[in-house]
Write a protein that binds this ligand. Structure first.
Ligand code: PLP
Length: 388
């Protein structure tokens, strides 16, 4: 495997830490802008929850993307990083009153509303503040994302959004309110989606809904299809940048946008996953009776995806010379939980105490989910700024 890391500069750093390849992030952002350039009505909002590191946020804001937030704290982080309020959308099933007020005060573009009780509260807050909130309804299109059960969100029985048959009554209810303005429909069917025809199904479902709304005389100015584009966890060096042109092309081909309609996207993982790596050190190699364990100084406190979703990250020994002997390990962390396992029967260059061990594709849902469980310290972050 090629080693793209500035390991010389890692020698003095306290592990575990996150390393971000900012040139790769910039190339990824350029690829997104190139892919949407032919579609003048497409707008991409970066889903802050994937990675809220300030340097990452500022880089993304500067490139011109909008932001997708799921909490008041994320709205504050987005504004602080330089995302303009008029490019911020706000989703989430449990928006607290203070978060709604914060969003109204900032003047965000749109609330993605997930229930009728929430609509009532947004209306009341807006009226009290003398504002009108743009609202889009999050609809469950009942499209199977063919991804992990814990990250499937578009099926009917789900805490997110409202059922398709409840959309028309919700829009009618909104029309009776003075504090909200219906602007559109919002969808988000899951994450780490690699079978792109799932998005064809979603587009077809949206077409049906649009026909029904039009027949009822309702004008919709914006459609938001959420995020979910997956990345290659197995071979990050082969596919450092996701196939954005294919992804956006699916919607361009299958979704019948009406004149003047805006199509919004909320991409998280596909923007930041590949530019981030969790760097740890080998603490011990423990020879068991049936297998060998490589115990590293990173655990699920730094990267929880394997423990939480059963997902895997490519693991590399950065210290070993190219072509050195390989060995098979269960790669585990130091946390006192059996779920603190990064990979079973992983083949990598034979490891010794002190070797730098990289967990690749960790830029999304990595650092941002870090915890202090076991009284551990939160990981630091380091950056490659210029091209290597
Ligand atoms: C998490 C989330 C996203 C981003 O999903 P990715 O799979 O990281 O692209 C977008 N929209 C909403 C509403 C989300 O909850």
């Amino acid at each position: 495997m090629s080693n793209v890391f500035p390991i010389g500069s890692f020698a003095s750093l306290k592990t575990p830490f996150y390393h971000y390849d900012l040139p790769l992030l910039s190339q990824t952002l350029s690829a997104i802008h190139t892919a949407i350039a032919p579609h003048h009505n497409f707008q991409v909002h970066y889903a802050i929850k994937a990675n809220a590191n300030p340097v990452i946020l500022q880089t993304i804001a500067r490139s011109g993307l909008g932001a997708d937030c799921v909490s008041g704290g994320e709205i504050e982080a987005a504004l602080y990083a330089g995302f303009p309020a008029e490019k911020i959308v706000f989703a989430g099933v449990g928006k607290a009153d203070w978060e709604i007020e914060l969003a109204l005060r900032a003047g965000i573009a749109c609330f993605n509303v997930e229930s009728l009780p929430e609509l009532e509260v947004i209306n009341a807050c807006a009226l009290a503040m003398g504002r009108v909130a743009n609202v889009a309804f999050r609809v469950n299109p009942n499209v199977d994302a063919h991804t992990h059960a814990k990250i499937t969100t578009g099926l009917n029985e789900n805490k997110f959004g409202i059922a398709m048959e409840d959309l028309l009554p919700a829009i009618r209810r909104a029309a009776e309110m003075q504090g909200v303005r219906y602007v559109g429909m919002h969808f988000h069917i899951g994450s780490q989606i690699l079978e792109l025809d799932v998005f064809d199904r979603l587009s077809e479902r949206i077409n049906q809904l649009q026909d029904e709304l039009e027949a009822a005389g309702i004008h919709t100015s914006s459609i938001n299809v959420g995020g979910g584009l997956g990345i290659d966890y197995a071979e990050p060096d082969a596919h450092p940048i996701p196939a954005f042109a294919d992804y956006f092309g699916r919607f361009a081909h299958h979704l019948r946008l009406r004149a003047g309609q805006q199509l919004h996207f909320e991409l998280g993982r596909s923007v930041v996953a590949q530019c981030g790596t969790l760097i740890s050190r080998a603490l011990y190699v423990k020879h068991g009776h049936t297998k060998d364990f490589l115990i590293i100084d990173a655990g699920f406190t730094e990267l929880i995806r394997p423990a939480m979703y059963g997902s895997s990250h490519a693991i590399q020994n950065l210290t070993a010379a190219v072509g050195s002997a390989e060995a098979v390990y269960d790669v585990v962390g130091p946390i006192c939980e059996s779920s603190d396992v990064f990979g079973k029967d992983v083949t990598l260059a034979e490891a010794h105490r002190g070797d730098l061990i990289a967990l690749r594709s960790a830029g999304a849902y990595g650092e941002v989910m870090a915890s202090t469980y076991n009284c551990r310290r939160l990981p630091q972050s380091h950056f490659t700024f210029a091209d290597k």
